[in-house]
Design a protein around this ligand. Structure first.
Ligand SMILES: C[S@@+](CC[C@H](N)C(=O)[O-])C[C@H]1O[C@@H](n2cnc3c(N)ncnc32)[C@H](O)[C@@H]1O
Length: 366
């Protein structure tokens, strides 16, 4: 595969669209709502944040969701932030009564790749929202907003996407060449993926540190590998190895071009708390306010539930797979994949894999 930068991997339409198949992510978004609410109540200094915004008209509070996709989870997340900030504004005296809510106005920037289906997103905007909605297309690995213009940046289930497949894994002369695989497992390959992740997270943090006002918050929620646990023993990675195995089987059966499998790699990396904190320390512009590892319930090990789960994965990566392998093989690929997941016993109580852990981290701009 030509090593180009990544466009939106998501599936935007139909039965396997992200809007229909994102209940896992929805559970995570909802489970951090109260953490975000409490941290805003306890720590966000709204008076200081808004001191520099308009002194004549209403104060403007700016929020961005990076990697918002097509909904609906983004609406749940931003509504929670708006409500939490609004109640903090009441405590700090910016909003004195229900009639005077206009003392503080909210604008929310919905960011994703330019290829994201923003029309679908905006068609489903909640009618009752208390914010002005703005689309912000482009990669979050670069600057997206003017300097010191953001008060709260949020991102869930997006920051594990790399800006590109690490070049070494596509290079037959490199020890990290990932022939016959689509995800990292071997040490050399994992190191190449980690190297790309560190470059990407570095650019991400640098851009956000320029865009956030001093005292502004950034909340990140990502799938993760617990510190000290071998990534291949974690369900979150093992599930991609099972997809890889289904694809390799199809290549052996002549249903997929083997060379295409050699040239395809998933551009994602699941970080650990230690690695993410190391990147934040290196950047040096943020204080860590809160780190929580959220154990996530594994789906029941029944066929319908596994089927729902693999459909969720399909919604997230089908765009990338279709680009390389065409749409015709998708049903067969995901049928075989579902069977492999069932056979692996990964969701059984006595599974040998480490269950899902999502990582929530809240930062404040120094
Ligand atoms: C799994 S969805 C998460 C959607 C939503 N945040 C949620 O929690 O349900 C990941 C989204 O991140 C977007 N994304 C990945 N890399 C990105 C990048 N570099 N810049 C902007 N968006 C990106 C993808 O296009 C996709 O829409």
């Amino acid at each position: 595969m030509e090593n180009k930068t990544i466009e939106s991997p998501m599936n935007n339409e139909g039965q396997y669209s992200y809007a229909q198949q994102s209940s896992y992510q929805k559970g995570g978004v909802e489970s951090v709502n109260s953490l975000i609410h409490n941290q805003i109540r306890q720590k966000l200094n709204v008076r200081k944040l808004l001191a520099s915004s308009s002194s004549n008209g209403p104060h403007l509070f700016s929020i961005a969701d990076l990697g918002c996709s097509i909904g609906p989870n983004t609406f749940i997340a931003v509504q929670n932030i708006v409500e939490a900030v609004e109640s903090k504004c009441k405590v700090e005296g910016f909003i004195t009564s229900e009639e005077k809510q206009e003392n503080v106005e909210f604008q929310v920037f919905f960011n994703d790749h330019v290829t994201n289906d923003f029309n679908t997103l905006f068609k489903s905007l909640p009618v009752e929202r208390k914010y002005y909605a703005v689309g912000n297309p482009g990669t979050f690995h670069c600057r997206l907003f003017p300097k010191a213009s953001m008060h709260f940046v949020y991102s869930s289930y997006s920051l594990h996407w790399l800006s590109k497949v690490p070049p070494e894994v596509l290079d037959p002369r490199s020890p990290a060449w990932n022939k016959g695989k689509i995800f990292y497992g071997r040490k050399e390959v994992e190191e190449a993926y980690f190297g790309q992740y560190m470059k990407d997270i570095d650019s991400f943090l640098k851009a956000r540190s320029e865009e956030l006002v001093s005292g502004g918050f950034m909340a990140l929620l990502v799938p993760s590998i617990p510190d000290g646990v071998d990534s291949s023993r974690c369900a979150v990675n093992a599930l991609f190895h099972m997809l890889e195995s289904a694809l390799v089987d199809m290549a052996k059966m002549g249903l997929v071009d083997e060379a295409k499998v050699d040239g395809f790699n998933l551009p994602g990396y699941n970080t650990s708390p230690e690695k993410l904190k190391a990147a934040i320390d290196k950047n040096g512009c943020f204080a860590v306010e809160l780190v929580e590892q959220l154990g996530r319930p594994m789906p029941p090990a029944t066929r319908p539930s596994v089927q729902r789960f693999t459909s969720g994965i399909r919604a997230v990566i089908q765009g990338l797979l279709v680009e390389s392998f065409g749409g015709e093989i998708m049903d067969e690929l995901f049928d075989q994949y579902t069977q492999k997941v069932l056979d692996s016993g990964i969701f059984e109580d006595d599974s040998k894999y480490h269950p899902f852990v999502d990582l929530f981290i809240l930062l404040s701009k120094l």
